[in-house]
Design a protein around this ligand. Sequence first.
Ligand code: PDD
Length: 285
Amino acid sequence: MNTVYVNGEYVPQSDARVSVYDRGFLMADGVYEVTSVLDGKLVDFDGHVKRLWRSLSELDMAAPVTEDELLEIHRRLVELNNIEEGGVYLQVTRGAAPERDFAFPNPDEVPSTLVLFTFAKNLVGSPAADKGIKVISIEDIRWGRRDIKTVQLLYPSMGKMLAKKAGADDAWMVEDGFVTEGTSNNAYIVKGNKIITRGLSNDILHGITRAAVLRFAQEAQMEVEERNFTIEEAQQADEAFITSATTFVQPVVAIDEAQIGDGVPGKVARRLREIYIEESRKAAI
Ligand code: PDD
């Protein structure tokens, strides 16, 4: 059985418990990170920890452990659970106050909750990467601080269900006519040699995979343009793709039933995926 980390202890998954008063459970008052694992090593750990510290500080939440401790916990879980390929899920919440109260509890009296678990997943040989995925567009009705990686995932979850119902794989969210991002990934289109993706702001999550992929694209002499784009522009693009820690670079072959390019994964997305996997393997710790 999988071993899970809960507040300083490594326990079997079935024994892992948090309080019903935990604010993560009552109020979605928590943040998370998902770090991928390749060859038993962590991909871009540094980037994920930096974003975690930022999420915590934006919400006035205390860091439960140090960066070194966090690395040690990640590595120990990967080893205990024999993860060669997959990921580590981490969640920090504002802890369990003695009663339900909208006001934040005093962090000196209520320690934050820290939970980590691992999952095994075929990341490199994913069938979706060979075939490409289909997305639908939906209105983005999430809150205004999407740059903070909170566990308020109900709307993204509903978006995923709407996509499934429509026979698609995922949804791209649209605000004021422009694509923000996918339910759990960043969104891109390609025109010629140019990669277009929305710029960073509070409107989207600052993807760790996004940062790496844009850097690799520039190093490979591809042009990168950070600007808004519409669904109509995306439908007429040569290619489209998404990025995240669990999908890497994944081609999008249809948007709202309009075929993108030839309806098969494009060469820019395929090349970026190869580079990303190769570089991530080399740099994983
Ligand atoms: N999701 N945008 C959203 C809304 C996300 O939830 C994610 C990640 C990303 C991509 O970020 P990164 O490249 O750092 O993984 C963008 C994770 C994988 C999840 O919720 O499982």
